[in-house]
Ligand binder design. Sequence first.
Ligand SMILES: [Zn+2]
Length: 179
Amino acid sequence: MWLLRRRLGGNLPPMLRALVLNATYEPLAIVAPRRAVVLVLDRKAEALDGSGNWFHAERMAVEVPSVVRLTRMVAVDRSRELAISRRGVFARDQGRCQYCGDRAETLDHVVPRSRGGTHSWDNVVAACRPCNVGKADRLLPETRLRLTRLPAVPRRLSWVSMAIGTVPDQWRPWLPAAA
Ligand SMILES: [Zn+2]
């Protein structure tokens, strides 16, 4: 049985996660602390930075890494794009309705699904409720709404902030500025 304790006491940060880098230092994934420890103990990864939190096992204590680097390179399928998510769309669109600029509360399919629109980055935008409800199942030319910009797949590395909302300071040195 593993116990997770904090070196200096206090509560664990609720969002505690570890960043996994490829052997090439390219950011690959975000994993639970236990998974990061196992990667290091299995020598599948080296810890690059510690979190200040410790896993205590029967005869040892291991600092939970904040950043690990895989010892062997993992081939990344570059054709596979970032999965679309509500949080991702809101992050890309900065929480603003892409029709009127108000605070967005909903996701809108630019070409409605009932008209053959896909659930994809280039067809889903953040929208305020009035715009979304007003548009309903119509195509844009059938409405007065216009997109402030064309939706697109977000920059490749911004998945990190999209996945967790914020980027811990300890990860910043390992991430491109865009992440
Ligand atoms: Zn709106």
